[in-house]
Design a protein around this ligand. Structure first.
Ligand code: GSH
Length: 245
């Protein structure tokens, strides 16, 4: 592995959960770079599989050149570098424990609830009946997880207290999937999940999240200034030893 000057994080598109941690990187304000990953195209290569054996985003190349995958591991890596506690809380506090609890729920039960809907979309050759079964299963689970998350939330502006943290970032990356999959009737969304609805509106209007989405969409954008440049995926694969040519 080669040492790199700043950590490099993936922005997986379309609609990657990575947008959540890009938002967190913007809130954190420490120098980083991004590499855009087309999950429907350039992610499907042997080199990418050597980079991340699960063939997924997100992934982080640390400042030491190591490759770290899995949302929760990357969130913990960021937390460890957040000495000013911009996006996390002091270790050992109840707020820190609550933040971990939210991140764990969001990254497992909440994210997983959409799984069958992604399968319905992507399974080639499936019958319409099979797809509808998957979608119906997904709608049921998405509603269940929304109900549970709504009950876990308090009346503060963000998931824990009055400022955004890593938990809100992880939330923002996946909460938008509900629209894409039409998993919950828009009429029911604000009425049944008012806290979730309000949190989404707050974060989706935040310049950090808007930056993350613009990067996903390939639009020229500056952001907070912490993002020091886009690196072609090929360069990232080469510098990590995944591309051997
Ligand atoms: N457990 C992983 C899951 C990551 C994940 O599901 N990534 C999705 C995008 S949000 C992906 O890469 N999907 C492509 C695929 O599965 O083919 C994590 O939390 O980081």
């Amino acid at each position: 592995m080669h040492s790199v000057s700043e950590p490099i994080f993936t922005s997986g598109f379309p609609l990657g959960s990575s947008a959540g941690l890009v938002t967190a990187l913007e809130w954190l304000g420490q120098p980083y770079r991004l590499t855009r990953v087309d999950m429907l195209g350039e992610m499907r290569t042997d080199a990418y599989e050597r980079f991340n054996g699960r063939v997924e985003t997100p992934a982080l190349v640390t400042d030491k050149g190591d490759v770290l995958t899995e949302t929760m591991a990357i969130a913990l890596w960021l937390e460890g570098r957040d000495q000013e506690r911009r996006i996390s809380f002091a270790p050992g506090t109840f707020e820190a424990d609550r933040m971990h609890q939210f991140i764990a729920f969001l990254n497992t039960g909440f994210t997983g609830a959409f799984f069958s809907m992604w399968v319905a979309l992507e399974s080639e050759g499936a019958t319409e009946e099979y797809r509808e079964t998957l979608r119906a299963f997904g709608r049921e689970f998405v509603a269940k997880r929304h109900k549970q998350l709504e009950a876990m939330m308090g009346d503060s502006d963000y998931l824990i207290g009055d400022r955004p943290t890593l938990a809100d970032a992880v939330f923002a990356g996946v909460a938008r999937w509900v629209d894409f999959h039409e998993a919950i009737d828009p009429k029911d969304y604000a009425r049944n999940y008012p806290r979730i609805h309000a949190l989404r509106q707050r974060i989706e209007a935040d310049p950090a999240f808007r930056f993350a989405v613009a990067i996903e969409d390939g639009e020229p954008v500056t952001g907070s200034g912490a993002m020091k440049g886009l690196v072609p995926l090929e360069d990232v694969l080469r510098m990590t030893g995944a591309l051997r040519a």
